[in-house]
Structure formats: structure tokens, C-alpha cells
Write a protein that binds this ligand. Structure first.
Ligand code: NAI
Length: 331
């Protein structure tokens, strides 16, 4: 089967080429993001593969469908970037990789927490410059903290487990509480209580209508002063201008982001020689207590292998009409 592969990055070619060749598929690697403007590149391909910052809105999907595409393979867990109603209307099947390495994202979340707390990113540069002063590097004992985990699915449950291992009191909020997370020692609470009682708040819920801008001026006003806020979920969970005000007022003491609402025009590309035109993002970068990574939570060797294997297995399952295809819920 021929697969058109959008938003190709050099780091993923080897794992996908190996998985495709084992299964007898051929991949055309395309550099552009999949958008309404580039969808015609997939003309004649029965299947396309898309990444998180591709735009799979109705116009893109119509062009794909008109070009003969019938299967959309998302090489991600999240599918908030796909208009699923339009896909269903057009007869397009959408498959994804529900879990490739929840450990990768959970461990990256902890890396952000530890780095922000103990300021190792600043210490690294300081020591290399021959500056051994400790001023400004004061941290706190995580074991004394209350940590709030919003969303205790695959990733949030692992984050809760690691934080419990550090000795934190862990509060959790999820519309579907997990008995496993509870038996580990986390305590489920309302979102209100979690926001009010946590020293560290970490977001691991999906981006859906009800979680859009979950962190906004109003919810920030209910948090502890100096709270550490971590978002490795999706950028749209956080209202970035409100967070900037929260940083300026010191309500937020630490901010760790692996995702950003407007990341589609920023991340995954070397822009070091470009002028940054996103003023909100630029302002975030000016705070010493803000640490941003460019959506690399998933980025481990094990995750890349799993993403390639599952995506290609989805293609094979669809071609053979077996029941193993991992579809997203399309209604
Ligand atoms: P999951 O589906 O296993 O867990 C999500 C949990 O959120 C579920 O337990 C669900 O009940 C809960 N939830 C739904 N609505 C909620 C609400 N309003 N409030 C609180 N909880 C709510 O998903 P998984 O694999 O744990 O991934 C979590 C998120 O992490 C994904 O949705 C994705 O946005 C993000 N992600 C980020 C990556 C990165 O590289 N930074 C990579 C992979 C996923």
C-alpha cells in the first residue's frame, strides 16, 4: 500500500521505513505540513499519515477525499486537530496510536518539575561560566508538596505514581476516577479543591470543548500564590495571556510548558535565525521562572518505535479489513 507521509522529520524516517518495509508498504515522505493548501499532494494515495500540527479541517479532508484518500493515519494519540464530523461525512476512516509511551511524557513532565524547582537549567549555564554562586537557585523539597494531577489516564496515572514516590501528597481530578490511581495513594477531589490546594498542578486531560482554557484568569485566581503549573497535555488547555498576567502578579511561581496553543506555526522547525512574531510566546520566554520545551514529551527511542509499528499495523489492518485497526471514536 502507498502512504503519503506529511510533516516528515528526519528523526522518524528510519523507524517508519523499517516498519513499512517489513509489512510490504511504501511511504512517500513529504516535508510540508498537511493543510488545505497541501492536501492535493496526496492525490492518488489511499492513505495519508499526519502529525499533531497538521490541519485536518473540513477543507483539507474534502481535498484528500477527492484525491482518492480513504484512510487517515494519525501518528499521535491526540486527535483534536481533526474535524471528525467532516471525516465521517466524507467516509474517511481515522486511526491513531492511543498509547506509544506514556512513560515518555510522564518522565518529561517530571523533568520540567525538577528543573524548574532546582533550576538546573540556570545552574548548568552558570557553572560553565565559572559562576558558582547559589543566589537565585533556591528550591523546595518536593516531598513536602501537594501535587494536583488533572486527568489520570495513561500519562496522568504515571505522573501521579512518580510524584507519590517522591513523597508528595497527590490530589487527582478526572470525570472517571481510576481505582488503581486511588489505591496507589492519590486522593480524587473536585477541580476546585485541586486548584486551591496544590503547590504543583500538572495537566494531563485531553483538549476538548470543556477543557479549552481550563487554566484562565478565573481558575488562576483560585490557585495558591507561587503555584507551579505544568502543561504537557495540549496548548489549548491554557489561556497564555492570562498565564502571563499570573506570572507578573507572582500567582504563578513556576511555569513549565511542552505545548503551546499557537505551536503549529512555531514548533518542530529550527527558527533560530528568524524574527519571532508571536508576542505572547516571546513574552513567556522573558520570565526566568518559565521553562518551555518544543513538544518533545513523546520523544524517546521507545516511543518512536511504537508510533511507527502501530501506525503501520493500522495500515495493514485497514488493507486486510481485519478488526485490528485502532480507530478514533467518530460517532
Ligand atoms: P488518556 O485518554 O489515557 O487520559 C486522559 C484522561 O483525562 C482520561 O482519564 C479522561 O477521563 C480524563 N479527562 C477527560 N476530561 C477531563 C476533564 N475535563 N478533567 C479532567 N480529566 C479529564 O490520555 P493520555 O494518553 O494520558 O494523554 C493525555 C494527554 O496528553 C493527551 O490528551 C494529549 O493531549 C497529551 N499528550 C502529550 C504528548 C506530548 O508529547 N507532550 C504526547 C502524548 C499525549
Amino acid at each position: 500500500m502507498e502512504l503519503a507521509f506529511f510533516s516528515t522529520k528526519s528523526y522518524e524516517r528510519a523507524s517508519f521505513e523499517a516498519a513499512a518495509s517489513r509489512a510490504g508498504h511504501r511511504i512517500s515522505f513529504l516535508e510540508p505540513r498537511l493543510t488545505a493548501g497541501t492536501a492535493a499532494l496526496a492525490s492518488g494515495f489511499p492513505a495519508v499519515c499526519a502529525f499533531v500540527n497538521d490541519e485536518l479541517q473540513a477543507d483539507t479532508l474534502s481535498t484528500l477525499q477527492a484525491g482518492g484518500t480513504r484512510l487517515i493515519l494519525l501518528r499521535s494519540a491526540g486527535f483534536n486537530h481533526v474535524d471528525l464530523n467532516a471525516a465521517t461525512r466524507l467516509g474517511l476512516i481515522v486511526a491513531h496510536v492511543p498509547a506509544y509511551s506514556p512513560n515518555a511524557v510522564a518522565e518529561h513532565t517530571i523533568a520540567l518539575i525538577l528543573t524548574l524547582n532546582r533550576k538546573t537549567h540556570r545552574a548548568y549555564a552558570r557553572v560553565r561560566d565559572g559562576n558558582f554562586s547559589l543566589d537565585g537557585l533556591l528550591g523546595f523539597d518536593l516531598s513536602e508538596c501537594t501535587a494536583g494531577v488533572v486527568g489520570t489516564g495513561k500519562i496522568g496515572a504515571l505522573v501521579a505514581r512518580i510524584l507519590l514516590g517522591f513523597g508528595c501528597e497527590v490530589l487527582a481530578h478526572d470525570p472517571y476516577p481510576s481505582p488503581d490511581v486511588e489505591s496507589m495513594g492519590a486522593r480524587y477531589t473536585s477541580l476546585d479543591e485541586l486548584l486551591a490546594e496544590s503547590d504543583v498542578i500538572s495537566l494531563h486531560c485531553p483538549l476538548v470543548a470543556e477543557t479549552y482554557h481550563l487554566i484562565n484568569a478565573e481558575s488562576l485566581s483560585r490557585m495558591r500564590s507561587g503555584v507551579m503549573l505544568i502543561n504537557t497535555g495540549r496548548g489549548g488547555l491554557v489561556d497564555a495571556p492570562a498565564v502571563i498576567e499570573g506570572l507578573k502578579s507572582r500567582r504563578i511561581g513556576y511555569l513549565g510548558l511542552d505545548v503551546y496553543e499557537e505551536e503549529a506555526d512555531l514548533f518542530f522547525v529550527d527558527r533560530s535565525a528568524e524574527v519571532l512574531t508571536d508576542d505572547t510566546f516571546a513574552r513567556l520566554l522573558t520570565f526566568p521562572n518559565v521553562l518551555i520545551t518544543g513538544h518533545q514529551g513523546f520523544f524517546t527511542y521507545e516511543a518512536l518505535q511504537n508510533i511507527a509499528e502501530t501506525t503501520i499495523a493500522n495500515l495493514t489492518a485497514w488493507e486486510r479489513g481485519t478488526g485490528d485497526l485502532v480507530r478514533v471514536p467518530q460517532g
